[in-house]
Design a protein around this ligand. Structure first.
Ligand code: C5P
Length: 402
């Protein structure tokens, strides 16, 4: 479940592109994430995929006819436009985009869009052949819609239905959902706040091919960054090593070693309201990085000399631009609460999130205890990283209010 999608009605317009079948996956993912999804289709879209598919996935009536009436004789598409929190057209054909730009309303999608636009933000994900996408007519229509406030999720590059390769593929579902979440979250309780989140592990080079690394997956920081974006914040995500997809609607800074991460953090906190250090930063690095690959030769052992890395949070604590709220993580194998409290003090944190190892790394569920500065420890039940993120952001939002 995604908090910003709860109790939201997403109107999904599907138009006649071959990518229409991908809208079924999108409708299903949004429904599973907790949204109510109302689908409207153009007649051409129904030639690519049946309304029944959407009706079964969303468990809601699908409108394909602009003239359709509800049992109480209300006009279906008008009723749908009224209850929508956001209108997403995916895929949007060149034809539908042209109709929207000019205010035509002769099918269920364009008629609903004209009506819904007064209150529901419009998100458009075009999908078409490269030539159609690049044509001046389409680009002018897109510019018109952007000027009116529409959010465009631009098409990607790759294989097209014609067999050609080029720009025109429907944006992938995760990017679309990120955009929907970000648009719905505008004006949330962290609007106009700047939140810096670090995520993932660091890598300390031994030689050109080897590194000292750790098991951090980056999932916690990713969940935090997405949840903060969904509450309206401007998010700067400082990412160490991770294989996760870059979320849309956050600003990414890459930092592979602890020293790079320190530089990035000190740059990013200048205007920040809060810093959450979810990254697993290496405490030590090799004293020297060999210029050439270390050969195994005839020796049976190899000794690496390590030197201490800077403690980023300790540096932030002393910094003139220390954000109003600073949060650290403590992953510990023993004496969790004692060690976590000691870190809270020594790094001058407002809150520390204590995780017992091994449960923290790579898993989707976290066991955590939140310890506030000078306050009580709250042991949370096992939570998804998404839900734990919301608890941490509740703390930030409350602190920033006071
Ligand atoms: O001291 P320890 O590394 O166990 O503390 C963990 C917390 O401190 C995490 O929030 C981590 O991101 C941060 N940290 C840091 N600089 C380091 C090491 C860890 O800011 N060099």
């Amino acid at each position: 479940m995604v908090r910003v999608l709860q109790n939201k009605t997403i109107l999904l317009g599907v138009t006649g592109s071959i990518a229409a079948y991908k809208a079924a996956g999108l409708a299903s993912q949004l429904t599973q994430a907790g949204a109510a999804v109302d689908v409207v289709m153009t007649r051409a879209a129904t030639q690519f995929i049946g309304p029944l598919t959407f009706e079964a996935l969303t468990r809601r009536h699908v409108v394909t006819d602009v003239m359709a009436l509800l049992p109480d004789s209300q006009i279906w598409h008008v009723a749908m436009a009224k209850r929508a929190d956001i209108f997403v057209i995916a895929p949007a054909t060149a034809h539908t985009i042209a109709k929207l730009a000019h205010g035509l309303a002769d099918d269920a999608v364009s008629a609903t869009a004209l009506d819904a636009s007064r209150r529901a933000p419009l998100v458009i994900a075009p999908a078409m052949e490269t030539g159609m996408w690049e044509h001046a007519a389409t680009q002018e229509n897109i510019a018109k819609l952007v000027a009116r406030g529409a959010v465009i999720v631009p098409p990607g590059e790759g294989h097209l239905a014609s067999g050609a390769s080029g720009t025109g593929r429907l944006a992938n579902a995760d990017d679309l959902i990120d955009t929907i979440r970000a648009v719905l979250g505008r004006g949330g309780d962290l609007a106009r706040r700047v939140i810096v989140v670090t995520a993932g592990g660091t890598q300390e080079p031994i030689d050109p091919v080897r590194v000292l690394a750790n098991h951090s997956s980056g999932k916690m920081g990713w969940a935090l960054a997405q949840a903060a974006r969904d509450r309206g914040a401007r998010v700067i995500l400082i990412a160490g090593t991770t294989s996760l997809r870059v979320p849309r609607g956050v600003e990414l800074m890459a930092a592979s070693s602890a020293r790079e991460m320190r530089e990035a953090v000190l740059r990013a906190i200048v205007d920040a309201d809060a810093l959450v250090m979810a990254a697993a930063v290496a405490d030590f690095r090799p004293a020297q990085t060999a210029e050439q690959k270390i050969k195994k030769g005839n020796t049976e052992t190899l000794t690496l000399e390590l030197v201490k890395n800077p403690d980023i949070l300790a540096d932030v604590a002393r910094h003139s631009s220390r954000p109003a709220v600073v949060i650290g993580f403590a992953a510990e194998t023993q004496e969790l609460l004692v060690n976590a409290r000691a870190k809270l003090e020594s790094k001058n944190l407002d809150l520390i999130v204590a995780n017992p190892v091994p449960s923290a790394f790579g898993s989707d569920i976290d066991r955590a205890t939140l310890i506030e500065r000078g306050g009580a420890a709250t042991e949370l039940p096992p939570l998804t990283k998404e839900d734990l993120s919301e608890k941490i952001l509740d703390f930030i939002a409350a602190r920033l209010k006071t």
